[in-house]
Design a protein around this ligand. Structure first.
Ligand code: F6P
Length: 346
């Protein structure tokens, strides 16, 4: 049998660990041929594929990014593109595809399954916001990078008696902000799930300074929402008006706006650090390497069992199969965890 493997959406530490596991299990255990589809779904449209061997995946386990390349191509946006993918997969003899990606990539895999193309999913995102699984790989690495950054910013904040605003990733959910914020001892954490008023943030900072502290660390997720009076939902801050193939705007910039307001309203000197893509790059942590490897092996087992339309998932300490649709439900931050974090605010 010949199977395909692809990576779609934003890159993420651990993608190569999954690819390696899929190739190793397929070749050693099942004696399947494995083809890598280049640059996400785009590679299926233009038949850009390469055979993967045990040699070609040797040494990639600790490498960040993806050896297959990635893109945010959505074949369901272009008339007839999804049908071309189904036909090309058949023509290239690819009997099943392992799609490694987030809500967008897995949404496409699910749609293609419905058109008769056998796919299984592997959940990936540093944001950890996919339903059906306790954790996605990449998240642990991002949290560790953000925590180290907060630790480093602490020393400058303390020495200069400043407020430090740290903007971390997190489009729909504030998992990175909450985990890194708790681990790094943040004094305020702002997340998309809980719209905030700047006056409330300033009150917390002032309260802290009033009890003798001369610095504060404010962690804000890029998708957090500013709330004005009477505006319950709040508004996000975007970098431009353009959207990608899946209708997502480019977020970013909330940290700078917030930092200026904190300085204006409190009078405390404030600086801003935007962590951005640093959180998504580089070598995966041991946790992410193990999770990615377990996901890759289980994905092959699902292919062997003909369990198409399913996604591998971590529940407790077990790797299980769930319907791919479950991943498409956004997993928001557990508010009990946020409440725990807020004990340390102000
Ligand atoms: O989904 C992961 C993520 O890093 C989000 O946190 C962020 O909003 C988005 O991807 C950025 O995407 P891009 O790589 O297209 O700028």
């Amino acid at each position: 049998m010949r199977i395909g493997v692809l990576t779609g959406g934003g890159d993420c530490p651990g993608l190569n660990a999954v690819i390696r596991a899929v190739v190793s299990k397929s070749k050693i255990h099942y004696e399947w041929e494995v083809f890598g589809i280049k640059n996400g779904w785009a590679g299926f449209v233009n038949k850009n594929i390469e055979e993967l061997t045990l040699e070609s995946v040797s040494g990639i386990l600790p490498k960040g990014g993806t050896i297959l390349g990635t893109s945010r191509t959505n074949p369901f946006k272009e008339e007839g593109a999804a049908e071309i993918i189904v036909a090309n997969a058949k023509e290239m003899g690819i009997a099943a595809t392992v799609a490694i990606g987030g809500e967008d990539t897995l949404g496409v895999a699910n749609g293609l399954c419905k058109l008769g193309m056998p796919c299984v999913g592997v959940p990936k995102t540093i944001d950890n916001d996919l339903g059906g699984t306790d954790y996605t790989f990449g998240f642990d690495t991002a949290v560790n990078i953000a925590t180290e950054a907060i630790d480093r910013l602490h020393t400058t904040a303390e020495s200069h008696h400043r407020v430090m605003v740290v903007e971390v990733m997190g489009r729909h959910a504030g998992w990175i902000a909450v985990h890194a914020g708790i681990a790094g001892g943040a004094d305020v954490i702002l997340i998309p799930e809980q719209p905030f008023q700047v006056t409330e943030v300033c009150a917390l900072v002032k309260k802290r300074h009033a009890r003798g502290k001369s610095f504060s660390i404010v962690v804000v997720a890029e998708g957090a929402k500013f709330q004005h009076e009477g505006d319950i939902d709040g508004s996000i801050i975007t970098q431009d008006v353009e959207v990608d193939d899946f209708g997502h705007v480019r977020l970013g910039g909330i940290g700078n706006i917030l930092g200026k307001e904190i300085e204006r309203q409190t009078g405390f000197e404030t600086r801003v650090s935007v962590l951005g893509y640093v959180q998504r790059g580089g070598t995966p942590t041991a946790f992410d390497r193990v999770l990615a490897t377990r996901f890759g092996i289980k994905a092959c087992e699902l292919v062997e069992e003909g369990e198409f339309g399913k996604m591998v998932a971590l529940r407790g300490n077990k790797i299980i199969a769930v319907d791919m649709e479950e991943a498409l439900e956004i997993k928001r931050v557990d508010m009990d965890l946020y409440d725990l974090a807020s004990i340390f605010f102000g």
